[in-house]
Design a protein around this ligand. Structure first.
Ligand code: FE2
Ligand code: FE2
Length: 206
């Protein structure tokens, strides 16, 4: 079989879908390369800061590692702004969606909420509420997201910080994004059926 015969999904056979699944698995194997390439692309996003978005991402991951964060959290720090390119006003949810099949729910939740939590540092300059995040105050991961922002994210705009290069983090990108997706070992009872949007709306871990 070179291609499936169906023109509507409802007409597909078991053989068709097994054939497609094989192709999908082969394609997904290239995910780490695509993540690395998307990170490189962050060199060309938002200007005006003293570091590029890639520099900021690398610095956030470097600081996380220096503070003893575990591998999933370091990877999350590295990709937390990867959505700036295609989803500048919803970038937290994009990064959380990319991470969610491969890391524990706590890490996904922190990345999903980080944009809201970062508002604490500047929303008041635009008439917004810097404490909007407080509606999540009783959430078990609230403080972890506060810390993510305070210690790593908001702090990582320093051109003089000894930031590790992308090559340094590549093995970690390959390791975690090569995991079987939605493996209970890593993500608990989550399934593909629930989306990062569910997490955003409910504000609770799943
Ligand atoms: Fe961000
Ligand atoms: Fe950031």
């Amino acid at each position: 079989m070179q291609k499936v015969q169906f023109r509507q999904m409802k007409d597909g056979t078991k053989e068709d879908y097994e054939f497609l699944e094989k192709h999908e698995i082969e394609y997904v194997a290239g995910l780490p390369d695509r993540i690395i390439s998307a990170l490189k692309n962050l060199e060309n996003t938002f200007s005006g800061y003293q570091v590029t978005r890639l520099g900021h991402s690398l610095q956030t991951a470097t600081r996380a590692e220096a503070d003893g964060a575990d591998e999933e959290m370091i990877l999350a720090a590295l990709v937390h702004d990867i959505g700036d390119d295609l989803s500048p006003y919803n970038h937290s949810q994009l990064a959380a969606s990319i991470l969610r099949p491969y890391v524990r729910p706590e890490v996904t939740w922190i990345i999903n909420q980080h944009g809201l939590f970062q508002n604490y540092y500047y929303a008041h300059f635009f008439g917004g509420n810097p404490n909007e995040r407080d509606y999540l105050k009783d959430h078990p991961w609230y403080q972890k997201c506060v810390d993510f922002c305070e210690k790593w994210d908001q702090a990582s705009f320093d051109p003089d910080y000894p930031t590790k290069p992308l090559e340094y983090f590549e093995p970690l990108v390959r390791k975690i994004f090569s995991r079987p997706p939605f493996s209970g070992q890593y993500v608990g009872s989550q399934t593909m059926g629930k989306s990062a949007v569910d997490i955003a709306i409910s504000g609770v871990g799943i």
